[in-house]
Design a protein around this ligand. Structure first.
Ligand SMILES: [Zn+2]
Ligand SMILES: [Zn+2]
Length: 157
């Protein structure tokens, strides 16, 4: 894993979020930072409701509305990315903590596998140059079957 280079990430993320809130004249409420801390420490994909459950287990009383609102703010300031891998669920992930990556999504069990490969970015750079196009955002999701589901196709039927 290549998470070690982002060792100061939690602190940096809190700084970015705090500046963002200040610029928009929004309050630095403790709830917002509790949510951010939880997300940064998870370092994986999550759903809004599982975040809510996780915070409840830790006895943090934060409403569902506050979680959704805070997630929107975190997306807006670039700390969190929202992925829709299927029609049922939206997944969130801390952007910088995980680094640039793409996804394999298993259509049978829903497993999400992070793919880290610099060559994907290199191809993009090349194409941008030859087409004189500036990419501002991109989505690259590859759907199929994970190793376990491929071995046993009836696993999730
Ligand atoms: Zn699977
Ligand atoms: Zn991911």
């Amino acid at each position: 894993l290549r998470l070690s280079r982002n060792i100061n990430y939690p602190l940096r993320a809190a700084g970015i979020f705090s500046n963002y809130l200040q610029q928009r004249e929004l309050k630095n409420t403790p709830e917002r930072f509790i949510i951010l801390n939880e997300i940064v420490r998870m370092r994986k994909h999550f759903e809004a409701d599982s975040l809510l459950v996780q915070l409840r287990i830790k006895n943090k009383k934060i409403s569902r509305a506050t979680i959704y609102r805070t997630l929107e703010l975190l997306i807006d300031c670039g700390l969190v990315k929202k992925n829709k891998f299927n029609t049922l669920h939206s997944y969130y992930e801390p952007v910088a903590a995980l680094g640039q990556h793409d996804h394999f999504i298993c259509l049978a069990c829903g497993k999400i596998i992070e793919i880290y490969d610099k060559s994907i970015m290199n191809i993009q750079k090349k194409l941008q140059k030859s087409h004189r196009f500036s990419v501002l955002q991109y989505t690259y999701h590859l759907y199929g079957h994970c190793a376990a589901c491929k071995r046993n196709p009836n696993r999730y039927e």
